[in-house]
Design a protein. Structure first.
Length: 346
C-alpha cells in the first residue's frame, strides 16, 4: 500500500474528488456530438460554428471545448479569426460513432445508467446490494431484469459491451491457443462482438451465443450479420435451463456479476456439459492477489456492488471456483490490458 509520501497533498486529494467531472465532460461531448461533427467536417471549426451546428449556447460550448482541450481530447489552434478546434487521434479513434473501435456506446451507458446507480454508492456500501430500486424505482432482486428493463436499455447495454470487445476482444482470445476447440458456446454472449472476434481469429470454429430470448432477438436483428454462418444462437437462461455439450465455453464478464454460490452453480453445470478434454475460458478483470490494485479493477468491483450481485476477484479466487466445479490444468494469463483470461480444462 502507498504511504503519505506518495501523495502531493492537498492537490492529489482535490484531483481525486473532482475525478467525476472529467468523465462527465467526456460523456457530454460525446452525447452532444462534438467529436462526430469535427470528424465529419474534415477541418478545424470555431466555437461559434460548433455551437450553431449542435444547437447549444456559445458560452457553454466554449467551456466544454476548452475542457476537452485540457483533457487532450481536442486540440486548439489560435488564428487571426479566433480559436479553431479539431479532434485528437484518441477522440477520432475511440469517441466518434463511426470508428470501428468506437467507445461511444459504452460512454453513453455509463453516463445515462451507471452514473445514476453510483449516486447511491454510500447506500450500496451500507446495505451490500445494488441500487436499482433507488435509481430507477424497480426491483433489484433480478439484476438483469432491472438492467434489461426496456428494449432501449438492452440495446444501450449490448452496444456498450460490443464497444468494449472491439478494443479488448482480441487480447483475451489470443491469450491461449484456442485453435483445437471447434465447438464453442459463448454463455451470455449478448451482442456477439466477442463471438465475431473468435471466428475471425479461429475460422474453423463454430460459436453459439447462448443468452436470454429477448437478447438473442436483438443480437440477430441489430448486431450479428445474417450471412455470418459460423455464429448460431441458443435461447435460454443458463441458471435454470440446460447447457448443451460443447468443447469450449466462454464466460466473458459473467462470473463477476454473481456471488460465489451462483458462480459455483453455473460452473458445475458447465463442467457437466463440457466434452472430455474441453474447457472453459473466463474473461475477467483480475485483482492483484493482495487486492492492492489495479485501480480500474477495484472501481469495477465497486460498480458490481451498485449494479449486480457480484464482485471482481483475484486469479486465485477464480481458480478456486473452477477447481470446485471439477476443472483442472488451470492457466492464468494477464494481458496487461483491461481484461485477463483464465483457462480451465476438463
Amino acid at each position: 500500500m502507498g504511504s503519505t509520501e506518495d501523495l502531493d497533498y492537498p492537490q492529489d486529494i482535490l484531483q481525486y474528488s473532482s475525478g467525476f467531472l472529467v468523465s462527465k465532460v467526456m460523456f457530454t461531448a460525446c452525447e452532444l456530438g462534438v467529436f462526430d461533427l469535427l470528424l465529419e467536417s474534415g477541418e478545424p471549426l470555431s466555437m461559434d460554428a460548433i455551437a450553431a451546428r449542435l444547437g447549444t449556447s456559445t458560452t457553454g460550448m466554449e467551456r466544454l471545448l476548452d475542457a476537452c482541450v485540457g483533457l487532450k481530447l481536442l486540440a486548439v489552434e489560435l488564428t487571426q479569426e479566433g480559436a479553431l478546434y479539431r479532434n485528437t487521434d484518441i477522440s477520432n479513434i475511440y469517441l466518434t460513432k463511426s470508428s470501428p473501435k468506437s467507445q461511444y456506446h459504452i460512454m453513453m451507458y455509463y453516463s445515462n445508467t451507471v452514473y445514476l446507480c453510483w449516486h447511491y454508492l454510500a447506500d450500496a456500501v451500507r446495505e451490500g446490494r445494488n441500487q436499482y430500486e433507488r435509481a430507477f424505482h424497480i426491483s433489484s432482486k433480478d439484476p438483469f431484469g432491472a438492467m434489461y428493463r426496456s428494449e432501449e436499455e438492452m440495446l444501450k447495454f449490448m452496444a456498450g459491451q460490443n464497444s468494449v470487445w472491439s478494443v479488448c476482444g482480441r487480447d483475451v482470445l489470443v491469450a491461449f491457443n484456442l485453435s483445437p476447440f471447434k465447438q464453442i458456446y459463448d454463455l451470455g454472449g449478448g451482442g456477439g462482438a466477442l463471438a465475431r472476434e473468435y471466428v475471425s481469429l479461429y475460422p474453423n470454429s463454430m460459436v453459439t451465443i447462448y443468452d436470454l430470448p429477448k437478447v438473442i432477438q436483438l443480437a440477430k436483428e441489430q448486431f450479428v450479420p445474417s450471412e455470418e454462418r459460423r455464429i448460431t444462437f441458443h435461447e435460454g437462461d443458463f441458471f435454470s435451463d440446460s447447457i448443451p455439450e460443447a468443447e469450449l465455453y466462454i464466460l466473458s464478464k459473467i462470473l463477476h456479476d454473481w456471488d460465489d454460490d451462483k458462480c459455483r452453480q453455473l460452473l458445475a453445470k458447465v463442467y457437466k456439459a463440457c466434452k472430455p478434454g474441453g474447457g472453459v475460458l473466463l474473461v475477467e478483470s483480475l485483482l492483484n492477489e493482495d487486492k492492492s490494485g489495479p485501480l480500474e479493477t477495484q472501481l469495477y468491483s465497486m460498480n458490481m456492488l451498485v449494479q449486480t450481485e457480484g464482485k471482481e476477484r483475484t486469479a486465485a479466487e477464480y481458480s478456486k471456483l473452477l477447481e470446485a466445479a471439477g476443472f483442472g490444468e488451470i492457466q492464468v494469463k494477464r494481458t496487461g490490458k483491461l481484461y485477463d483470461a483464465v483457462l480451465g480444462r476438463k
